[in-house]
Design a protein. Sequence first.
Length: 85
Amino acid sequence: MEQKSNSAFMKPMNISAELAAVVGKGPMPRSEVVKKLWVYIKKNDLQDPKNKRNINADESLKKVFGGKGVVNMFEMTKLVSKHLS
């Protein structure tokens, strides 16, 4: 059984320099990028303790998030997409 819908998610993507500073050098699949982002966020304690859906960006993440200091999880996915090609 083929899973066509997942193939785009699993395809290795090129990663911008700003994103690579956070998740490491690509290419890597989007799923891996998101996983590594969460590792970085948790390691650096960037999740808002009161609202777990919000990420408080440090300097490296601000570059990925287009200069925003706080983004929610859904916005994060959209902003990260701009750094994948």
